[in-house]
Ligand binder design. Structure first.
Ligand code: NAI
Length: 357
């Protein structure tokens, strides 16, 4: 292994477990990061992405697992964060890779409960479910669609953002980037509530459907989504969309979407605040899927939609505190998460699931 990768792993003292899984015969190459299990299982999905190597996969897994811990803390869920960053490799035997990952997760004995993230499809979750009890299955043995729960939370978050802008959803101009597992159901809700949508995606068929079904405007190929003049920019594809490159060109009054790690770094958040662009902290607004999957696992039943929609109230509180403190909302949200984590007590046991169905 390259020495800088070893240094990176050793430098992450706050992480409970970091493992690299390699099985070249089936094309498995993945990093598993478990941030902590002090209060209960680590929750986090499998992100499947064409990483350029294990270094970028490691960086992604660490950042995303930390985010999952923040999500658990802010919702007072007895658990921590985890993540699998799975590299798409040439000739990868997808079914075999996900089943092998399932074996690995099963032998962790419940310390890690997984689900979807970008690039992991329903069929992959079912392959995981053949080998482990600790996965949010999309069928009758699981909680249902995590992505739709995420979309419901993001919608409630956008409603809270609209209130801050003294608007409602009807007539709200939204630039929706990404029409995937989360972006599509979010777009459906926004369109049904009367938002004026401009959309972008790499998939032309999804774009055409959005134009047909929602009357959405399609973003011209040469226009970067963050620059579109609108009320809300909703990034639902990639992270890092607010960076030194895009900051001077931002056209929205607010940024609120499902993408993880929207800000390239904390400095970008401070700059948004200074410019008066409202930012809905990603680990709050996109936490509907975590709430849905984690509460199903911990309590044995999916939470009602109102529990997910309460993300809007949580965001409203964060925005209020941010105004009072004259601080960036993500800073306020992180402080609230830290406060709740400190007050949390470990439960007496981890929930156990039945045998693999
Ligand atoms: P997905 O892979 O189903 O959809 C992503 C969509 O974005 C695809 O339709 C893809 O074609 C499109 N896309 C990719 N690059 C693009 C670009 N440059 N411009 C426009 N569109 C582009 O992923 P999913 O599950 O919908 O997740 C979206 C984001 O939300 C990711 O950042 C993910 O980490 C985050 N997230 C997802 C959760 C979930 O429940 N699935 C939970 C929390 C966060």
């Amino acid at each position: 292994m390259d020495a800088s990768l070893i240094d990176a792993v050793l430098g992450e003292a706050e992480f409970e477990q970091i493992e690299i899984l390699r099985e070249p015969e089936i094309g498995l190459s993945a990093v598993v990061a478990i941030h902590h299990t002090r209060l209960g299982p680590a929750f986090g999905g499998v992100r499947c992405h064409p990483y350029s190597g294990l270094g970028p996969a490691l960086a992604d897994a660490l950042r995303l697992a930390r985010h999952m811990s923040l999500k658990c803390a802010i919702h007072e869920i007895p658990g921590g964060g985890g993540k699998v960053a799975l590299c798409v490799t040439p000739g990868m035997d997808r079914g075999a890779v996900y089943r092998r990952l399932g074996d690995y997760i099963e032998q962790l004995g419940g310390r890690f409960y997984t689900g979807p993230d970008t690039g992991t499809q329903e069929a992959d979750l079912l392959a995981l479910g053949e080998r482990t009890r600790f996965v949010a299955r999309p069928d009758a043995h699981g909680p249902g669609s995590i992505a739709e729960a995420t979309a419901l939370g993001v919608f409630a978050g956008i409603e809270a953002v609209a209130r801050e802008l003294d608007q409602g959803i009807a007539g709200l101009r939204v630039m929706l980037q990404g029409l995937g597992a989360v972006g599509w159901p979010l777009g459906e809700r926004l369109a049904a509530a009367g938002a004026e949508l401009t959309v972008s995606d790499l998939d032309q068929r999804r774009l055409e459907r959005a134009a047909d079904e929602w009357g959405a405007e399609l973003l011209a190929h040469d226009v970067p989504a963050p620059t579109v003049s609108c009320d809300v920019f909703a990034p639902c594809a990639l992270g890092g969309v607010v960076s030194d490159d895009t900051l001077p060109l931002l056209g929205a009054s607010a940024i609120a979407g499902s993408a993880n790690n929207v800000l390239a770094d904390a400095r970008c958040g401070r700059e948004l605040h200074r410019r008066g662009i409202l930012f809905a902290p990603d680990f709050v607004i996109n936490s509907g899927g975590l709430l849905f999957g984690a509460l199903f696992h911990l309590e044995g039943a999916s939470p009602p939609p109102e529990r997910i929609a309460a993300i809007g109230d949580l965001l409203a509180r964060v925005f209020f505190e941010a105004t009072v403190q004259d601080a960036p909302p993500e800073q306020v949200a992180e402080a609230l998460a830290a406060q709740r984590l400190q007050a949390a007590k470990a439960p007496p046991f981890f929930p156990q699931r039945d045998a693999v169905p």
